[in-house]
Every structure is written in C-alpha cells, then in structure tokens.
Design a protein around this ligand. Structure first.
Ligand code: AMP
Length: 370
C-alpha cells in the first residue's frame, strides 16, 4: 500500500507550511541532510533507536537536530505517523530508513516523504532495475541465465546478500562450479573490468531552466525538469580493495578466503571531462524512462545515483541505480567540484532542503513529495 495523491494533498492542506520540520533517521547521510536543512532555515528532527546513536550528534552541533524522537524499534515510526504530521514533518528517506523499516512499510508510512516512493518498486528488484535502466539507454553488464554460457569473469550475487557480503567472483565456468552454492538463489553478472564511478545526480521537476530532460513516449516533446550533477564517489569495499596484496585469488581460496564487497567508506572522485556528456545522456534517459515505467508514473524526483564502471574502451556499464540520496554524497557536505561551479557549499542534503523551500514558496510541495 502506498500513499495516493489525494491523501498527500489532504495532509499538506493541514500542514503549516511556514513551520515545516525536516525529519531523518539518524544514520546513513543524516549529518549531511540535517546540516543542509539547517542551512536552508528548517527546523530538524532526528529519529533514533538507542541513546548511543543520539549522543554522538553532540559532536556535530552544526547538524544536531532541534528535536529527537527516540524509539525502541524503527518500525514504531509507523505508529507515530500522526505525531509527525502534527509537527509538519517531511521525512527525507535514505538507504538505512528503507532497510530498517522494510520497503513495504516505508511505502505505506503515512507521513509526507521527499521524493517518489513509487519508484522504490522499480529499484527493489534486479530485473526491474534492468528493465528501467535499459529503457533509459544505459548499457548494463551482461547476465548469464545458464552458467554453462559463462565465457569470462563473472560476479555472482546471491539473493538477499546485503552490502555486497555473499557475492563472489569467478574467473570462468570451472571456477564458478567449484565455488557456487547451487542451492542458493543467485544472479550471474559479467564482471565489468574498469574503474568505478558512483555518479550523484539531482532531478528537479519544478525547474524550467538549466539542463532540461526531454520527455519520451507519452511525454515526448515535453521538458520534464532540470538535471543537475551533484558529485561523484568511489566506495571503499572490504576486503576486495585490499585482497590483491595477499596473493592470487586461487591461493587465498585454498585458505578459505573470499573477496567481499562490504562498503566501509567513500572517496571523492571526478571523471574525465569528456565522459560527462555520456553520463548526462544516461541520466537523462533514466529520468525520462522513469515517467514511462507505468501509466501515470510520477517519475524520478530529487537525488539518484548511477553506479557505473568505465572500461578501458571508455564505455560506461551501469550495474545499479539508487533512487534516493546515497551515502557516497557524504564527502561533499561542503560542496563538490561539480556543485561548487553553480553554488558553493551545496551538498545533496542541502539541495533537498532547497528544493523543499522553493516548493513551499511556489505552492508546489505536492509535486516533490509522496
Ligand atoms: P552492488 O550490490 O550491485 O552495488 O555491488 C556491490 C559491489 O560489487 C559494487 O560496488 C562493485 O564493487 C561490485 N560489483 C557489482 N556488480 C559488478 C559488476 N557487474 N562488475 C564488477 N564489479 C561489480
């Protein structure tokens, strides 16, 4: 169950829009979101489980929430819906919120939320992501339905593997057979060899200037809104990043060691400037396709990230999309080499708050929330 637009309109009609509070679960990119909300003049609310969580925000007075909601379990947020709405709260979702609540609870949370929650359905399955990204003109790593067809290095992703734990790399079919757990449910993907770039965009459907996304299909001939490049990161992943230092994959496997892809941090990067046109082309196609995913789709709103690998042929392979703020934007709380060109100190978190502020002024809040 999601939230329909009439329900959202009813909630917003009862909101005092001059007193909006930005609410966020205290994790993931919350320092950035809280800091950005503060810079844009909003009151802020932190939602946390456990005093330890709350306490460390004292170390960051520039982001410390004005108010806290302390819970025993994040799923209690569902019961606090009215409490949130009475305080004119707009929730900013991030990966941890979706993980803590579960995607169906998140979709049915009865509180105005930044962005389009409907897009989560498309983000939450590998097959649907592929359908969406390919419709947007992105090239994805090949998928092998039959392991016998494996003709080069692959990455095997088990269903339910979290944070890249439970993935494994195989160099060929024999390697796959030796190491695969055939009982498990998995996807076999071509291992795209190259350098990783996690590209953070922001799509503002209420802006009519700048780089305008051209509509497709039922929206052909329309400008859908402004696409902005916010920043780029590369993830630190334990222990694949450091694995090579210990010897060959084969040697290490004999010792029972397998590379894992657990994100431990993020590093800022920029990409060759000549690759930017293609990056924009892929992001534009992905946004345009988001409006065609189903009839009447509200499409992408706000931040999203294309997770890519650039090969030595200077071609992008997109292996995943996140349709919300990513933690990889955290190195840029003070701005990025890209966002600084347009306005200094514009983090993605602040950009979200700016978008809410502008929509309050223009009476278009309904267009950017769900
Ligand atoms: P994911 O859970 O899809 O974000 O993947 C976790 C990590 O595995 C990524 O950050 C990459 O380092 C790596 N990875 C995923 N898919 C591929 C691929 N097709 N080729 C190479 N590396 C990949």
């Amino acid at each position: 169950m999601g939230v329909d637009s009439d329900t959202l309109a009813t909630w917003l009609a009862a909101y005092d829009q001059s007193q909006i509070t930005i609410g966020v679960v205290a994790s993931h990119s919350s320092l950035q979101i809280l800091h950005g909300a503060r810079l844009e003049g909003f009151k802020t609310l932190g939602i946390a489980v456990g005093e330890n969580r709350r306490r460390y925000y004292r170390a960051f007075p520039g982001a410390e929430p004005d108010e806290w909601l302390m819970l025993e379990d994040y799923r209690e947020m569902l019961d606090y819906a009215e409490w949130f709405r009475k305080r004119n709260v707009v929730i900013i979702p991030h990966g941890s919120l979706v993980e803590y609540l579960g995607s169906s609870n998140f979709r049915s949370l009865q509180v105005p939320t930044f962005g389009n929650r409907g897009i989560l359905h498309w983000e939450s399955s590998r097959e649907r992501q592929r359908q969406w990204l390919e419709a947007g003109g992105c090239t994805m790593p090949k998928v092998y339905n039959d392991p016998h067809d494996i003709d080069g290095p692959v990455i095997v992703k088990y269903a339910g593997a979290k944070g890249g734990r439970g993935y494994f790399i195989a160099r060929d079919y024999r390697d796959f057979r030796r190491n695969a757990d055939l009982e498990g449910e998995f996807t076999i993907q071509e291992y795209a060899l190259g350098c990783r770039y996690y590209i953070h965009f922001f799509f503002d459907p209420t802006a009519s200037d700048g780089f305008q996304v051209q509509g497709r299909g039922s929206h052909a001939g329309q400008n859908l809104g402004r696409l902005e490049l916010m920043s780029m990161d590369r993830r630190d992943e334990a222990n694949v990043d450091e694995f090579y230092k210990l010897g060959s994959l084969r040697d290490l496997r004999e010792k029972g060691l397998e590379p894992s892809f657990v994100v431990t941090g993020n590093q800022p990067v920029v990409i060759r400037e000549s690759l930017l046109p293609r990056a924009f082309e892929m992001a534009e196609g992905t946004v345009a396709a988001s409006f065609e995913l189903e009839e009447g789709a509200k499409g992408m709103i706000g931040p999203f990230c294309l997770e890519t690998i650039v090969t030595d042929q200077l071609e992008f392979k997109v292996f995943e999309i996140s349709a919300r703020i990513v933690a990889g934007s955290n190195p840029f709380i003070g701005g990025s080499p890209y966002s600084d060109i347009n306005e200094p100190f514009m983090s993605t978190g602040r950009r979200i708050a700016r978008s809410i502020k502008k929509s309050i002024a223009e009476g278009t809040l309904q267009d950017i929330l769900s």
